[in-house]
Design a protein around this ligand. Structure first.
Ligand SMILES: Cc1ncc(COP(=O)(O)O)c(C=O)c1O
Length: 466
């Protein structure tokens, strides 16, 4: 069907699918690496998936066959599940999720299941919050660099605007109060009414956590301006570094003047590695937001089958406590392997303590210190090296040369292959810079041509929306 038969929203391009973040996925899907079947294919390092602890989940499932088998105390619950679809969610699942969220935070905060709104992943949770608190043309302030999917999740259907809070490497991309004020003023000068701030803690793409002082500063700012604070804590269970994770739930005083305007977003996509199950939640301290978001959740509920499966898993404290410890241990080990491997190639990373990725500084590899230079390097890495990584510009980073590299969506062997490829590329680049010769794919010795690929990727119809 031609565009003229579609609505303005369906045919507009604010979805963000033409970003290099999504283009890389497209290229990966055309030529995916496989150790045996396609050893020269592209390795996916642009997807924040956690595949490191599936064996733990699978063992639990094997020991608890009732959960996946439509059974409860030996009796079939098939009919009940097939019919049940109340937008309030199953009480057993909501209380299990609320206590799991408390456990992740070392029980320094507790969550009332009545304040939880179940959604189809954090994607839906973030969009619902925008629909609840902002009108079309109003703005949310977001620190950069940020998760590229926010352009789609927060802006596309809601027509809410994102105004960046610029952060930079001089203080490891932490939010400065001056940057917050500058973003607010910038919105006002664009005649945009600011409705809130959205943060991701731990951060995607930085892989770092926010300090208690930063969170308190944000709370005073929103109280002062009369706006909302949305804290996307989707990576809260991935914190493996010595610096502890501080949730907004721990720093928000009971009598805080803006308490009703603070909302937390969570999902099982990262901590449990279950993005396909679409389990997310809004936890709001505002009564009206809980009520309205619950109504809006009708458009993206969590299936009763999934709730039935996960309620006993999340209620099994012996399992959840050992899972959280072991998953963090594996993430740490993997992150360290990536950091070490990159160091061997002379590439440094922002010191991270969480997440499924590293924020990597490759600015010394740029041919020109510009965003055009960054995209050129990204294409070289995608096509010559065979790695799909995410350029900082797709995360709205203000300094060229930073990239996000994911480490938890592959085997250790695949990571080793990726690191070998990077090492070869870096040494070929430095000898090329000395001799002036070019390199070919994976061998890095010959003449390169990106033109064909650039043309292909810029005209392709992109369907992937993960
Ligand atoms: C910060 C952040 N929020 C939300 C999402 C979307 O998560 P979900 O799969 O639960 O929709 C992601 C996924 O990468 C993310 O990184």
């Amino acid at each position: 069907m031609t565009q003229q038969f579609l609505s303005r929203k369906a045919s507009c391009n604010s979805h963000g699918q033409d970003s290099s973040y999504f283009l890389g996925w497209q290229e990966y899907e055309k030529n995916a690496y496989d150790e045996i079947k396609n050893p020269s294919g592209i390795i996916q390092m642009g997807l924040a998936e956690n595949q490191l602890s599936f064996d733990l989940l699978e063992s639990w499932l094997a020991e608890n066959p009732e959960a996946a088998g439509f059974k409860h105390n030996g009796a079939s619950v098939f009919r009940e599940l097939a019919l049940f679809q109340d937008y309030h969610g199953m009480p057993s699942f909501k209380s299990a999720l609320a206590s799991f969220m408390g456990e992740i935070r070392g029980n320094k905060a507790s969550f009332d299941p009545a304040r939880l709104v179940l959604t189809a992943g954090a994607t839906s949770a973030n969009e619902i919050l925008m629909f609840c608190v902002a009108n079309r043309g109003e703005a949310f302030l977001i620190p950069t660099p940020y998760y590229p999917g926010f352009d789609r999740d927060l802006k596309w259907r809601t027509e809410v605007e994102i105004v960046p809070i610029h952060c930079d490497s001089s203080n490891d991309f932490q939010i400065r109060e001056s940057a917050l004020e500058a973003a607010y003023k910038s919105a006002m000068s664009q005649k945009l009414k600011v409705k809130g701030i959205l943060i991701t803690n731990p951060s995607n793409p930085l892989g770092t956590t926010m300090t208690r002082a930063t969170l308190k500063m944000l709370l005073s700012f929103i109280a002062d301006k009369g706006i909302h604070l949305v804290c996307d804590e989707i990576y809260s269970g991935t914190v493996f570094g010595s610096q502890n994770f501080v949730s907004i739930a721990e720093v928000l005083p009971l009598n805080h003047p803006a308490r009703q305007r603070v909302h937390l977003v969570y999902s099982l996509s990262k901590d449990l590695g279950l993005p396909g199950f679409r389990v997310g939640a809004i936890y709001s301290y505002g009564d009206t937001v809980v009520a309205e978001a619950t109504k809006m959740s009708s458009f993206g509920l969590v299936s009763s089958q999934t709730q039935h499966l996960l309620a006993p898993l999340l209620s099994d404290n012996k399992f959840t406590s050992s899972y959280l410890v072991e998953n963090r241990r594996r993430l740490k080990q993997r992150q360290q392997a990536l950091v070490r491997g990159l160091q061997n190639s002379g590439i440094s990373c922002l010191q991270g303590n969480s997440g499924l990725f590293c924020w990597v500084n490759m600015s010394h590899l740029l041919q020109s210190p510009t965003f055009a230079g960054e995209i050129e390097l990204w294409k070289s890495i995608l096509y010559e090296v065979g790695l799909n990584i995410s350029p900082g510009s797709s995360c709205h980073c203000t300094e060229p040369g930073w990239f996000r590299l994911c480490f938890a969506n592959m085997s250790q062997n695949t990571l080793d292959v990726a690191l070998q490829r990077i090492q070869r590329f870096v040494s070929a680049r430095s000898s090329r810079n000395k001799t002036g010769s070019c390199a070919t794919r994976h061998g890095f010795s010959g003449k390169l041509s990106f033109r064909k690929w650039v043309l292909r990727s810029s005209t392709a119809a992109y369907s992937s929306e993960r």
